[in-house]
Design a protein around this ligand. Structure first.
Ligand code: PLP
Length: 387
């Protein structure tokens, strides 16, 4: 049996380690196959360009897209920026209204705020107690000026999966484009962009055991053909939509990560569900409440709260043994409660009591057992202090 490593990593929504199979695939592209994928005058560049094309095909096929619909970016943040700014600016003649929702990642919310600051009109839809947008409410806010709807596929804090097929249908029935941030969904649940009426989709490599700093934006090329402006200017790579020398090792690693994730998705989800169900069963016996949707959720996510116990205390108590977080990686430095949890209707106090557990590919049954016991022990010792 392999030596157990502490703290046990249970923060897979923030990032994941690179799978060794992904790393092996990437290695040659740092050293001997280092060519610029745009330098087609020699074999170095040619080999790199072949690797990029093969990777593009793997990623496109996995989501039901065509190769020419995949634009590589530095990650989901950039893809979100490109989708929102690029589509709104290019389609000014149609209107200036964007619809999104209050539980989005900051990459969407801050971009939407920027668009508001330069004159666009943004509607932030509320969500229900489970974190889902109401389709009827979505319909009611669409106007003749609406250009784009952007609703995330799966939430990074509570794991709630949106009713994407219904939202896509509503968008298309109203002649509005539909973007989804699928950074948390890719590789975890099946996605067919055509069946789901998705026009643009942001994806990222490092949430699925690929390297950091690489992602993509899927942009539909037919029915409808999505028109988009660039936000990065330069050498004209990626069909002039995203200039910059391609990150070939990153792209190769991203594709390998996608390939593995799709092969192992079903068996991993069975394992994750067993773990998160087991943890919730044991922890709810001592008062844990679930934040998010009981069924329509990512199998590896468990977001819970213990009313009366601050998440900070639990996280600090277990910190030598467990790497867990209170919420999104980008907001944990702040003292403000999670905007996602408040949107569910939780009070500020309740939101400060939430811990997020994100299981991953390299966790073991034994680690999950230890994690559960550590949290139970932390609760016991914290209860003693309070008495
Ligand atoms: C991680 C994440 C992002 C940011 O992705 P990067 O590739 O790190 O830029 C955006 N949206 C969601 C939902 C995420 O989980």
């Amino acid at each position: 049996m392999s030596e157990m490593k502490f703290p046990i990593y249970l923060d897979s929504h923030a990032t994941t380690p690179v799978d060794p199979r992904v790393f092996d695939e990437m290695k040659p592209y740092f050293t001997e196959k280092f060519g610029n994928a745009s330098s087609l005058d020699h074999s170095y560049g040619y080999d790199a360009s072949i690797a990029v094309q093969q990777s593009r095909e793997t990623i496109a096929k996995a989501i039901g897209a065509n190769m020419d619909e995949i634009i590589f970016t530095s990650g989901a943040t950039e893809s979100d920026n490109l989708a929102l700014v690029g589509v709104m600016e290019r389609n000014k003649n149609k209107g200036n209204h964007l619809i999104t929702c209050v539980t989005e990642h900051k990459a969407i919310l801050d971009t939407a705020r920027h668009l508001e600051s330069i004159g666009y009109n943004v509607t932030y839809l509320p969500v229900d107690e489970f974190g889902q947008v109401n389709p009827e409410e979505l319909k009611s806010v669409i106007t003749n000026d609406t250009v784009l709807i952007s609703i995330m596929f799966a939430n990074n804090e509570i794991g709630t999966i949106a009713n994407i097929s219904e939202i896509g249908r509503i968008a298309h029935e109203n002649d509005v484009l539909f973007h989804t941030d699928a950074a948390q969904a890719l590789g975890h649940i099946p996605i067919d962009v055509k069946k789901l009426n998705i026009d643009l989709m942001s994806i990222s490599s490092h949430k699925i055991y690929g390297p950091k700093g690489i992602g993509a934006l899927y942009i539909r090329s037919i029915l409808p053909r999505v028109k988009i402006n660039s936000i990065v200017y330069g050498g004209g790579q990626e069909r002039n939509i995203r200039s910059g020398t391609l990150n070939v090792p990153g792209i190769v690693g991203f594709a390998k990560a996608v390939e593995i994730a799709y092969k192992e998705m079903d068996s991993e989800n069975i394992k994750f569900k067993k773990w998160t169900d087991m943890m919730f069963e044991k922890l709810s016996a001592v008062g844990a409440k679930l934040n998010g949707h009981p069924i329509n959720k990512l199998a590896h996510n468990l977001n819970i709260r213990f009313d009366g116990v601050q998440s900070k205390s639990i996280i600090n108590t277990v910190s030598k043994k467990l790497a867990i977080s209170a919420g999104s990686a980008c907001t944990t430095q702040m003292v403000e409660p999670s905007h996602v949890l408040l949107a569910l209707g939780l009070t500020e106090d309740q939101a400060h009591n939430a811990i997020r557990i994100g299981c991953g590919r390299f966790n073991t049954d034994e680690e999950i057992q230890i994690a559960t016991d550590e949290i139970l022990n932390a609760l016991k010792s914290l209860a003693k202090i309070r008495i």
